[in-house]
Write a protein that binds this ligand. Structure first.
Ligand code: NCD
Ligand code: ZN
Ligand code: ZN
Length: 474
């Protein structure tokens, strides 16, 4: 008789638009059937999920795993262990490693390091000033998307000129991959920082002062104009201010293929963090005043912001805690704490569980071409599943996280709602709150299953290559 590999029995199954009590049968890495427990085929293993909720695993579109190059902060093994413990089944990893992921050679180094992954992954290729002639080989080599640093951040990769961005957008638009932007205007914040430093400012709030919201809003609107002109798909990373929402809404209304994420720290922290955790809070873009947090929540609920990602950016405590704010590395760990932090907000009634699933699984799968293979619980989808206990209370403690650079601004926070089991393509990577060490190496690149047919080309007669081919008038 037909036998499933695993049946997850009698949980509450949640998708972005429904929830119901039921069971899930898994065979050969995929979901075979969903329905009443009695309707499930016999299985080699049964997991009792009574009293628990069964969600699509989170897809975190924004993590930095630091390997190759900065492995004292994180590695693929530790970063994806953190993901597994956090209910995250797919990650998209950023190119500001050493070397940066700007050539095929660098991509291959990263793909080699990623072989230790516990969870599935997409790799971002770099779109920079100097590597336009490498974009094609990166796409052929299997990058899942591109990342462009419009403003300075960890790794000090120079921001490309608007000219290089336009040409990069033209080339990538032809292939349809999404371009993620660190949308901050480099020149405004460079001037501000130099002025603040000349004035002797080195307190934590000087970091916020150096990067006012206009820094982000200008970059969002500039990126959207280039995307509108070229037809490129773009994604705005770490939206931190209410000011960015105007240009974001405008671009959406104009039909630009633009998605946006925010992160738990912008939704849960405000200017008090600069006193509470001092230089640990230094992150780009900065955590802002409460009024921005309020506007971000509204945008999360009304769909202006499409998804929640973490910007998991681990650094050692010694690199984070500095008397001079300008010397503290930017960013902090996050991939393991997103789910408990945001489920706590669900418990508090600030967001429905279905909306949470949409923001953390369905929307990122759709934006990056993985849907409906991932981001949904339905027959035929990959069995990327997280089983959560919505009632379980827990205290966040850096010491217990899998990350190497694990200090977190959420230290000692009491959360309600915790991932208990995580499955990637049907295999446990966390079981009963224990990491399954042997699942290191189970993770696979998602490039093979991505569906990103190119959009209709726009303004092709104006592309750099068209103009150069046309030559001078006869
Ligand atoms: C990130 C990092 O450390 O790599 N830091 C940060 O402050 N967010 C880089 C980035 O996403 O800007
Ligand atoms: Zn960034
Ligand atoms: Zn980042």
């Amino acid at each position: 008789m037909f036998t499933a590999d695993l049946v997850i029995k009698d949980g509450v199954i949640v998708t972005d638009r429904t929830e119901f009590k039921g069971s899930i049968a898994i065979k050969d890495e995929r979901i075979l059937a969903i329905g009443e427990a009695e309707a499930m085929p016999p299985a080699k293993e049964v997991l009792d999920a009574a009293g628990l909720h069964v969600l699509p695993g989170a897809i975190d579109a924004h993590v930095h795993f630091r390997e190759p190059g900065y492995t004292h902060k994180e590695t693929w093994k530790t970063g994806t262990a953190s993901a597994a413990m956090g209910g995250v089944t797919t990650v998209f990893e950023m190119p500001n490693t050493k070397p940066p992921t700007g050539t095929l050679e660098a991509l291959n180094l990263k793909l080699e390091a990623a072989k230790k992954a516990h969870v599935d992954y997409g790799i971002y290729g770099l779109l920079g000033e100097e590597n336009l002639d490498h974009l094609e080989e990166l796409m052929d080599g299997g990058v899942a998307a591109f990342k462009c640093f419009m403003g300075n951040t960890f790794g000090n990769l120079p921001a490309p000129s608007t000219g290089a961005m336009l040409e990069g957008f033209e080339r990538i638009a032809a292939r349809g991959l999404r371009i993620a932007l660190h949308a901050e205007n480099a020149s405004i914040m460079k001037r501000r920082q130099l002025q603040l430093q000349a004035f002797g400012r080195k307190d934590p709030l000087a970091h916020l002062a150096a990067r006012p919201p206009v820094v982000a809003a200008e970059a969002v609107s500039r990126a959207a104009i280039l995307a509108e002109w070229t037809g490129a798909r773009i994604h705005i990373l770490h939206v931190s201010s209410g000011t960015e929402l105007g240009p974001l809404r405008d671009a959406k209304a104009r039909g630009v293929d633009i998605t946006a994420e925010t992160c738990p720290h912008y939704l849960l922290l405000d200017e008090n963090a600069y006193t509470d955790v001092a230089s640990l809070i230094r992150v780009n873009p900065p955590v802002r005043e409460k009024a921005h947090q309020t506007m971000l929540w509204a945008a999360v609920l009304d769909g202006t912001i499409d998804m929640i990602a973490t910007d998991h950016a681990p650094h050692l405590a010694a690199e984070k805690f500095k008397d001079d704010i300008w010397c503290a590395d930017c960013g902090f760990t996050g991939v393991e704490t997103q789910m408990p932090l945001m489920l706590t907000q669900v418990a508090a009634g600030r967001m429905s569980l279905q909306h949470y699933v949409k923001m953390t699984a369905t929307a990122p799968a759709q934006a990056f071409g993985l849907y409906p293979r991932k981001g949904i619980l339905q027959p035929g989808a990959d069995a990327d599943i997280v089983v959560v206990d919505l009632k379980r209370e827990h205290v966040i403690q850096a010491e217990q996280l899998q990350s190497i650079g694990r200090c977190t601004p959420f230290e000692d926070m009491v959360v309600r709602g915790l991932p208990i089991h995580t499955l990637v393509r049907g295999r446990f990577v966390m079981k009963d709150r224990e990491l399954v060490e042997a699942s290191s190496g189970h993770g696979r690149p998602v490039g093979r299953i991505q569906q990103m047919p190119p959009p209709a080309p726009k303004n092709l007669e104006h592309t750099t290559s068209a103009i150069l081919h046309a030559g001078p008038p006869a």
